[in-house]
Design a protein around this ligand. Structure first.
Ligand code: NI
Ligand code: MN
Length: 222
């Protein structure tokens, strides 16, 4: 069984029952989060970039759980600088694939700023339990999403729809076409007024994929 648990904003957990992959763990200060950084669990923590609403509580959670943080080296350096003890970390970069006990993580481009000098924002392709999940991270629409969709048959695309900092609903609907994704889960909306969007409006714009609107604190089976 593969489960997607949404903690609000752009933080979620993917679990196959054995391994738990926590992504962009912004919990402290996240108005949508119903779980605190001290209660969340993970074996791996993926961080797309160093903005506070993504790097979030990664240093403290990694320290507490001895979980491995996977990110761009510049993001890892910043992450490590925030805690006293050393963090288990794996640095990688755009285009690289990491084999892990549950499957694979590949780092793919995103069109966004990174939040740290010398860094670059990224997305992830996560292969687990026979499913391919694409999480774009914060990004604008870009045409190489077609390439990402050609390279891997995407079962689930997790995409921001909030606008202002990322794609809005129209560009995210176009992204679903580019990616040729079978299912899509919107994130990164409604956290603050500036990114308020109605996910039902997004759903109406999406063609050829099933849209799953998951509320913060809820989980769905993938
Ligand atoms: Ni950002
Ligand atoms: Mn963000």
């Amino acid at each position: 069984m593969l489960t997607y648990t949404y903690y609000g904003h752009a933080c979620f957990l993917i679990s196959d029952g054995e391994y738990k992959i926590l992504v962009d763990p912004f919990l402290t200060g996240n108005p949508q989060a119903k779980i605190s950084a001290k209660d969340v669990t993970a074996n791996y923590i993926l961080v797309t970039h160093a903005h506070d609403d993504h790097l979030g509580d990664a240093p403290e959670i990694a320290t507490r759980l001895n979980a491995e943080v996977v990110a761009i080296p510049e993001v890892l350096t910043l992450c490590a600088s925030r805690v006293d003890i050393s963090i288990k970390a794996h640095g990688m970069n755009i285009g690289g694939t990491l084999n892990l006990p549950f499957g694979q993580v590949r780092m793919v481009p995103a069109l966004h700023s990174s939040g740290v000098e010398g860094g670059i924002a990224c997305g992830f392709i996560i292969k687990i339990f026979g499913k391919t999940i694409y999480y774009s991270g914060d990004t604008a629409l870009f045409s190489d999403m077609k390439l990402i969709g050609e390279r891997d048959a995407i079962d689930y695309a997790i995409l921001p729809i909030g606008d202002n900092y990322t794609m809005g609903i129209e560009d995210a609907a176009k992204a679903v076409q580019f990616l040729n994704a079978k299912h899509v889960i919107p994130v990164h909306y409604g956290t603050w007024g500036v990114i308020n969007q109605n996910p039902e409006d997004f759903k109406k714009l999406v063609t050829g994929a099933e849209v799953h609107i998951v509320k913060p604190g809820e989980a769905i089976q993938l």
